[in-house]
Design a protein around this ligand. Structure first.
Ligand SMILES: Nc1ncnc2c1ncn2[C@@H]1O[C@H](COP(=O)(O)OP(=O)(O)OP(=O)(O)O)[C@@H](O)[C@H]1O
Ligand SMILES: Cc1ncc(CO)c(N)n1
Ligand SMILES: [Mg+2]
Length: 521
C-alpha cells in the first residue's frame, strides 16, 4: 500500500464555483481542455462525471485533468473528485494521480463504505436533495461525508433524474425556501446546482447555498472560460470573497481502544513486544507496552537476556493505566518470579480486565524463556486473573505436570481433556493451541464450566512460524479490547494469523517471522 503523496484537501476544499463535466458534456472537446478553461475562469472545484466510461478511461481522463490542475498551479486550491466511481478514484490514487475524493449519489456507493475504502484523507461528497436524504447524511458517523450536493434549481437535461421528491412525495425543483429548510437539517456545507445559469446566481448567492455547481452552463458554452467567469463574478458580487465557514470534517477527533502488551523484546522483531505491537495495530487498536526483559535474539536463537527491575515493571504498568487505560492486556514472556509478581501486583492495583496470558516457556528456536522456578508463580499469580491462557502443546504438557495430571494431549480428545483439567484447576478459560500438531492447526477453547469450542485452522506449509503464539494472543487481546466476545476474538485472531502465515514471507536463516501487515499489501 503506497502512501497517496498529496496533502488532503478535506479541510481546504472550496465549493463556491464547482464545475462538473465528462466526455458526454463537452461537445466533442477534450475534457481536460475544458477543465483548463474553467480554471482560467475561476472554477474552484472540479468533478469528473463519466457515466458511460470504463474505469480505465476514467483513470486516464483523471490523469489528464489532475495534470491540468497542477499545470495551472492550482493543485493546492482546486479540489478534484470523481463522480460515483470509488473504484476509479482508488485506482487513480494508487497510481499517484491527484484525485482528492469522490462524489456519490443516493443510489451509488454506501458513503460509509466509500469512506472506509478511501481513508480519512479523501473528500467524500454526497448528493442529498430531500429532507430524508439530509437526515440520513446527518445520521452517518461524524466525518463520513464532507459536503452535500442539492438540487435541481431548475429541471435539467444533463441530470434528468435529478428532481427533488419532498417528504410529501411531490416532485418539484429546489427553491430558496426549500433549501433553507434542508440547510437547517445539516451541519455540512451545501453546493447547489441543476440547471443553474448565470441569471440564477444572484438568487443562489442570496440563499443558504455555500456554492453553485453547473454542468452545461460551462461545458456547453462556446467559451467555457468566459462562462465560468460570469458565474464566479456574479457570486462574488453578492458574497464577496468569503468561503463556507463549516468546520472541516477531516479534523474531528477520533478515538481507538487501547490494548497493552506486557512482555519482553525480541531484537529481530518477530516475537515478543515488537510483534505484539504490530499485531495490535493491524487488528485495529492502539498498542501500549510494558517491557519485562530485553533479549538479544534472532531467528537462530537468544544470545543475551536482561531483566528489568520489578520496580520498573510496576512503574510502567502504573504509567499506562494512569493515562491511556487499556481495555485488554496480553501477557507474554516474563522470565522470573520477581517479574511475574511485579506484573501481578501492578495489574491488580490497576484493576486490569480482559487479560490474555500466553504462558511462554520455550521459543520456536528452542531457547528457554522462563526460569524453571518461575512457572509456579506464573500459574499461581497470573492464571487466576486471566480471562484466557493460550498454552501450546509442550506448554500444556508442562502445565498438566504441575497439577499432577497424566492426561496426554496428543489427539483432539486429549487436548479437550487437558484443557478442562487446566481450566478447572486455575479457574480460567484455556485455548490449547495445536500449532505443534503435524497435520492441522486446530485449537480448542475449554472454559472452566466444561464448555468447549474448536477453532479449525488451515495448516499452512510454512516453516516460518517465529512468533505465532505472541501473534495469536495479541490479536485475541486486541479483539477483546474492541469489545468482541471471547469466541469471536479467537476466531478473528485465527483468521488474522492464517492470512499472515499464508504470505510465505521469507526472512532470516532460522524459523523466520511472517507478514503482520498482510491485509494492507
Ligand atoms: N503452520 C501453521 N499453519 C496455520 N496455523 C498455524 C501454523 N502453525 C501455528 N499455527 C497457529 O498459530 C497459533 C499459535 O500456535 P502455536 O502452537 O504455534 O503457538 P506457540 O508455539 O506458542 O508459538 P511460538 O512459537 O510463538 O511460541 C495457533 O492458532 C496455531 O493453530
Ligand atoms: C521476547 C520473546 N517473547 C516470546 C517469544 C516466544 O516466541 C520469543 N521468542 N521472544
Ligand atoms: Mg508460544
Amino acid at each position: 500500500m503506497e502512501m497517496f503523496p498529496y496533502a488532503s484537501m478535506r479541510d481546504s476544499f472550496d465549493l463556491r464555483s464547482y464545475v462538473v463535466l465528462g466526455p458526454d458534456d463537452t461537445k466533442g472537446r477534450d475534457v481536460a481542455d475544458v477543465v483548463r478553461y474553467a480554471l482560467h475562469g475561476g472554477a474552484s472545484f472540479i468533478q469528473l462525471r463519466a457515466k458511460h466510461a470504463d474505469v480505465r478511461d476514467i483513470v486516464a481522463m483523471a490523469a489528464d485533468i489532475a495534470a491540468v490542475i497542477e499545470d495551472e498551479g492550482k493543485a493546492d486550491t482546486v479540489a478534484f473528485v470523481i463522480d460515483d466511481r470509488v473504484d476509479a478514484a482508488l485506482e487513480a490514487r494508487h497510481k499517484g494521480i491527484k484525485v482528492d475524493g469522490v462524489h456519490i449519489g443516493q443510489d451509488d456507493n454506501d458513503p460509509q463504505e466509500a469512506r472506509r475504502l478511501l481513508g480519512r484523507d479523501a473528500i467524500v461528497g454526497l448528493s442529498a436533495k430531500t429532507p430524508d436524504d439530509m437526515r440520513r447524511a446527518e445520521a452517518l458517523p461524524q466525518g463520513t461525508v464532507d459536503y452535500l450536493g442539492a438540487g435541481p434549481w431548475h429541471e435539467t437535461s444533463t441530470k434528468p433524474d435529478c428532481i427533488v421528491v419532498g417528504d410529501d412525495g411531490v416532485k418539484h425543483t429546489l427553491d430558496a425556501a426549500t433549501l433553507h429548510a434542508l440547510h437547517a437539517l445539516t451541519t455540512l456545507p451545501i453546493v447547489v446546482g441543476g440547471g443553474v445559469k448565470a441569471a440564477d446566481i444572484p438568487d443562489l448567492a442570496a440563499s443558504d447555498a455555500d456554492g453553485w455547481f453547473v454542468v452545461s452552463a460551462v461545458t456547453a458554452a462556446d467559451d467555457p472560460e468566459a462562462a465560468t467567469r460570469e458565474l464566479v463574478d456574479a457570486w462574488q458580487a453578492v458574497r464577496g470573497d468569503t468561503m463556507h465557514d463549516h468546520p472541516a470534517a477531516a479534523l474531528l477527533p477520533t478515538t481507538l481502544p487501547a490494548a497493552l502488551s506486557i512482555a519482553s523484546t525480541d531484537s529481530s522483531g518477530g516475537a515478543g513486544v515488537p510483534v505484539d505491537i504490530k499485531t495490535m495495530m493491524a487488528n485495529g487498536v492502539f498498542a501500549e507496552c510494558v517491557i519485562c526483559a530485553i533479549t538479544a535474539q534472532n531467528t537462530k536463537g537468544v544470545t543475551h537476556l536482561e531483566e528489568l527491575s520489578p520496580q520498573a515493571i510496576v512503574k510502567q504498568i502504573d504509567a499506562v493505566y494512569d493515562d491511556i487505560a487499556p481495555a485488554a492486556v496480553k501477557i507474554g514472556m516474563v522470565p522470573s518470579i520477581e517479574g511475574i509478581n511485579a506484573v501481578a501486583d501492578g495489574l491488580q492495583a490497576n484493576k486490569a480486565t480482559n487479560i490474555v496470558v500466553d504462558p511462554v516457556m520455550v521459543a520456536t528456536s528452542g531457547a528457554k524463556l522462563i526460569n524453571d522456578d518461575a512457572i509456579a508463580t506464573l500459574t499461581s499469580r497470573l492464571f487466576p486473573m486471566a480471562t484466557l491462557i493460550t498454552p501450546n502443546l509442550p506448554e500444556t504438557r508442562v502445565l498438566l505436570e504441575t497439577i499432577g495430571s497424566s492426561i496426554d494431549p496428543q489427539d483432539e480428545d486429549g487436548m479437550e481433556q487437558a484443557g478442562l483439567a487446566i481450566a478447572q484447576h486455575f479457574g480460567c478459560s484455556v485455548l490449547v493451541k495445536g500449532g505443534h500438531g503435524l497435520a492441522d492447526a486446530n485449537d480448542v477453547l475449554v472454559n472452566a464450566d466444561g464448555t468447549t469450542q474448536w477453532f479449525r485452522g488451515e495448516r499452512i506449509n510454512n516453516p516460518n512460524t517465529h512468533g505465532t503464539g505472541c501473534t495469536l494472543s495479541s490479536a485475541i487481546a486486541a479483539n477483546l479490547a474492541k469489545g468482541q466476545t471471547l469466541v469471536d476474538a479467537i476466531a478473528n485472531a485465527k483468521r488474522y494469523i492464517t492470512g499472515a502465515l499464508r504470505q510465505m514471507l521469507e526472512l532470516g536463516t532460522g524459523s523466520g517471522p511472517f507478514d503482520h501487515a498482510w491485509m494492507w499489501r
